[in-house]
Design a protein around this ligand. Sequence first.
Ligand code: NDP
Ligand code: 2IT
Length: 451
Amino acid sequence: MAITDHVDLPTFIEGVQKRNPGQPEFVQAVQEVAQDIYDFIADKEEYHHYQILRRIAEPDRIVSFRVCWEDDNHNIRVQRGWRVQNNNAIGPYKGGIRFHPSVTESVLKFLAFEQTFKNALTGLPMGGGKGGANFNPKGKSDHEVMRFCQSFMTELYRHVGADVDVPAGDIGVGGREIGYMFGQYKRITNQFTGVLTGKGLEYGGSLIRTEATGYGAVYFLAAMLRGRGLNLEGRRAVISGSGNVATHAAEKVVQLGGKVLTLSDSEGFIHDPDGIDQEKIDWVKAHKTRRRGRISKYVEAFPRATFHPNLPPWGVPCDVALPCATQNELLGMDARALVSNGCIAVAEGANMPTNLEGVHVFKEARILFAPGKAANAGGVAVSGLEMSQNSERRAWKEAELQQLLLDIMEGIHARCLEHGRQPDGHVDYVKGANIAGFKKVADAMLAFGVV
Ligand code: NDP
Ligand code: 2IT
């Protein structure tokens, strides 16, 4: 094989920046991965020659489309929808759909890129994709959300399929939205297939899919602590977000004996010094998910708690932290505050919640730090199990699924150790996850040649 003239890391990053102008989230995600991959492939000519990282950082395709719908006042509204199909080397494209006004092509490209590594880490045969729209479900009636979802699927249906691309939920997309989208897909195609995951149990959904991301993140956190001879018993946890991932992470922390002090939403955080127990978590779930309310109302229901508007919760002293809201919600200064207050472990329930400076702070402080692509993979893993159940046309039992989720999270942890253990015994989970995820996808791509 001819020796390739290697592009060095700064030149590679410069190229990514030039090719993706105005897409800071995507560049950030690639940058976080590239350093570790460059170290790993330094002596592996094939990966350089076949331009594997360059190819993973160039989506297979991006579909962008207009989504028109009519609101309850008969105004015609126009949104933009996308599906980013990043890489299908190891399985059909797989990844969530996000409805939020902040959704851009850059955000979906970063999420699809991360998803490619995350899905590889699960050990299941799933490629990486992500989709969404700049639609704000807040304040919309059920019928408005239904009309939007139907219009979105009326275009998306031609790009997805059980063996092609299998979307699921993400921010702003939960059981209600998946139901509307599945109904429309079925209506258009006249096929009942496993084209979406996160479905209702009545129509092909899997038990524990709803809980899986939050539970999985806490299993991963517990595995990291175990490596240092520690556990969650009596530990104070600070959690951001109050949606699907945050509430189920809180639930599992409580089940494992920890004390949850905070939850948040885009308007601020609540601090409950008595701890947010299961009864209070149930209240939050009902209030946020079913009534779509604001977290600030928590203090009316539980008056010993305080609400802190427009602030993240990272200044509250804690032992462990779980950012479970959105990207770049934990900055360098927040990371420094956590470390100086004695936080020993951080597990990312959200995707890329910690910015590059924050990751650097955690690495320098040598605390236990699990990146989202490892810690939050439990959700997509159970989505993968939902796909298997749909293919088999049967539903597995809850105990079986609970065990599989635990096994998968332990497996991801082991893969991170394999590639992230440093000579002094410290584990760099970011490096471990990046390399393990990359290796599987890269080796499949090598097998295919230049395509
Ligand atoms: P939900 O829509 O259920 O909840 C999102 C939560 O994050 C809400 O509390 C929301 O507050 C808050 N939030 C959203 N955007 C912002 C923002 N810009 N600033 C501050 N807070 C914000 O979403 P999920 O719980 O499903 O997703 C949370 C994170 O977890 C995302 O990063 C997602 O990509 C990731 N994830 C989700 C998985 C899943 O299975 N659902 C799997 C793996 C990762 P508000 O109500 O005010 O908007
Ligand atoms: O970021 C994620 O992993 C998800 N939103 C879940 C994706 C999925 O296909 O279940």
